[in-house]
Design a protein around this ligand. Structure first.
Ligand code: ADE
Length: 224
């Protein structure tokens, strides 16, 4: 998969994506990250990417021309995505859908906002990573890239297969334990040490259901 990222801060990439599983995905060539500097698509002496808002108000707004020019120069055919708190919320279903494309184009917003004509006439979708406001779309782009990369075939080892994981069945995961069998007076549940695979399976299913009901009842409402 090829992921292009348009940003005012190319030095932020690959950043944390260079470590661990995502780093392996990048090093192996299964995922290619191309980072594009928005300023390279300006043509004035000051390489200006933003301007004052029409109608007044605080802050600056990213100009449409460099963003349109950058996106129009791309080779890929996959979705063009603007990271913005105004977008649809990222979830595992959306991550799976994005992972099915050969390429993605991510635009990182900055300052007070992005000229609305970008959202209205250039991008295919606007995506938010949560109901909080960050200083820009770079960290959200990294979150999206991490979640998508691990679903690209071959990035996860067979031991780490993305089957049966949290959210695939609209459930949180059951609790995990490793050695020691007792830690500071807290034992590992007996059933997990019993060797009875059917009982362990039943216990895990019940734990996942109970945990979801208590912590995230909203997930149970969205089944189907
Ligand atoms: N840019 C600023 N905050 C954001 C968020 N929560 N999601 C996506 N892009 C953003």
């Amino acid at each position: 998969m090829i992921i292009e990222v348009l940003t005012l801060f190319p030095e932020m990439f690959p950043g944390p994506l260079a470590a661990g599983v995502t780093g392996r995905g990048l090093a192996s060539g299964l995922v290619t990250l191309r980072v594009l500097n928005l300023r390279d698509y300006t043509h004035d002496r000051h390489r200006q990417v933003d301007d004052v808002p029409y109608g007044g108000g605080a802050g600056m707004v990213l100009k449409p021309e460099p963003i349109f020019e950058a996106v129009r120069a791309r080779a890929g055919k996959g979705p063009v995505i603007l990271l913005t708190p105004q977008g649809e919320l990222l979830n595992q279903r959306l991550v799976r859908e994005l992972a099915s494309h050969d390429d993605l184009y991510l635009i990182c917003g900055r300052y007070e906002g992005v000229d609305e004509r970008v959202a209205a006439h250039l991008v295919d979708r606007e995506i938010s990573i949560g109901d909080y406001v960050l200083t820009g779309g770079e960290l959200p782009a990294m979150v999206l890239i991490d979640a998508v990369s691990r679903l690209v075939a071959g990035v996860l080892g067979s031991e780490e297969s993305p089957k049966d994981e949290s959210f695939d069945q609209h459930l949180l995961e059951y609790p995990h334990y490793t050695r020691p069998a007792e830690f500071e007076g807290h034992p590992v549940p007996e059933v997990l040490r019993s060797g009875h695979h059917a009982e362990i399976e039943r216990w895990r299913r019940a734990q996942a259901a109970e945990r979801t009901r208590r912590r995230r009842p909203d997930l149970l409402d969205h089944r189907g």
